[in-house]
Design a protein around this ligand. Structure first.
Ligand code: UDP
Length: 247
C-alpha cells in the first residue's frame, strides 16, 4: 500500500487523499489481487459509527477510506489535517471507469432499482469507449438469493465491483460477502447509479463548487431532512472533540 497519511475523525480513520491519489491506491489494490474494501465516508456515517462498533470496525479495517462530503473535509481541516477536497462515490465511479479503459479493468455494477445499473453501465460504456463491463445487477435481492448473485459476479471475473446500495448498507454488504467475492476491489458508491443512469440529476456546478451539494440534494429530496439533520450533531461532536476533548 502506498504511504498514505490518515486523519482521525470521531474515531474513524480516513485516508488523506485527493481523487488522483485515491485512483493510485485503487490501482495498487487491484495489483495486490485480494478482495479489498473502499469506503467514501460522509459525516452521517462517521457520526453513526460512534455508536456502532461493527460499523466503526468495518471503516477502520477498509483498505481505503476517502473523505466524502463537506462535513468530513471541514472536520479534517479543523483538526489540522491537510484534506484538500472531497472524494465522493460518484466521482470515484466515473474516474475509476475512465481509468479502467487504459488499465483493462473489468467493472461490475451492483445496486439501485431494477434496470438502473444496466442503464448506468450503458451510459458509462458510451462515455468511456472500450470500457469492459463485466455485468450489472440491481440492489434489491433477498438474502437467500445472495449466493446466486455472488456466483454470477464471480463468473464474470471483474476487477472492480461498484456497490450502490446506499451507505451504510453497502459497507455492511461488502464486509459480509468480501470473503466469497472473487473481485479485487469493492467500492461503495451510494446513489451514483441513479445519477449515471440519468434518473436523478447531480447538483449543478454552482452547488458543487461552493460545497452546497448537500443543500441541492435536500431541495431535490426533502425526505432526506432526517438524514441531513445529523450534520449539525456531527459538527457539534467534532467541536466538543477538538475544544473540550470530549469523545
Ligand atoms: N438501494 C438498493 N438496495 C436497497 C436500498 C437502496 O440498491 O436495499 C439503492 C437505491 O435504489 C439508491 C441507493 O441505494 O440507488 C441509495 O441512494 P442514496 O442517495 O440514498 O445513497 P447515499 O448516496 O446517500 O448513500
Amino acid at each position: 500500500m502506498p504511504d498514505a497519511k490518515k486523519a482521525d475523525i470521531l474515531g474513524c480513520s480516513i485516508d488523506i487523499v485527493d481523487i488522483h491519489e485515491a485512483l493510485e491506491h485503487i490501482d495498487f489494490l487491484i495489483e495486490a489481487g485480494k478482495t479489498e474494501q473502499v469506503i467514501t465516508l460522509n459525516a452521517e456515517i462517521a457520526y453513526a459509527a460512534r455508536e456502532d462498533q461493527q460499523l466503526q470496525k468495518i471503516i477502520n479495517s477498509a483498505s481505503l477510506v476517502t473523505p466524502d462530503g463537506i462535513g468530513i473535509v471541514w472536520a479534517g481541516r479543523l483538526m489540522g489535517y491537510d484534506i484538500k477536497d472531497r472524494v465522493t462515490g460518484i466521482d470515484l465511479a466515473y474516474r475509476v471507469s475512465e481509468k479502467a479503459v487504459n488499465q483493462g479493468w473489468k467493472i461490475y455494477l451492483l445496486g439501485a432499482a431494477p434496470g438502473m445499473a444496466d442503464k448506468a453501465a450503458v451510459n458509462l460504456s458510451s462515455l468511456y469507449p472500450g470500457l469492459q463491463i463485466a455485468g450489472s445487477d440491481h440492489g434489491y435481492h433477498k438474502k437467500e438469493d445472495m449466493a446466486e448473485v455472488i456466483k454470477r459476479i464471480n463468473l464474470t471475473q471483474p476487477d472492480i465491483l461498484l456497490v450502490a446500495l446506499g451507505a451504510p448498507r453497502q459497507e455492511l454488504w461488502i464486509n459480509e460477502y468480501k470473503a466469497e467475492l472473487d473481485v479485487s476491489v469493492c467500492i461503495g458508491v451510494g446513489g451514483s447509479f441513479d445519477v449515471i443512469a440519468g434518473e436523478k440529476k447531480r447538483a449543478p456546478e454552482f452547488f458543487i463548487k461552493f460545497n452546497l451539494e448537500w443543500l441541492y440534494r435536500l431541495l431535490a429530496e426533502p425526505s432526506r431532512i432526517k438524514r441531513q439533520a445529523i450534520l449539525p450533531l456531527f459538527v457539534l461532536q467534532v467541536l466538543k472533540n477538538k475544544y473540550l476533548s470530549i469523545k
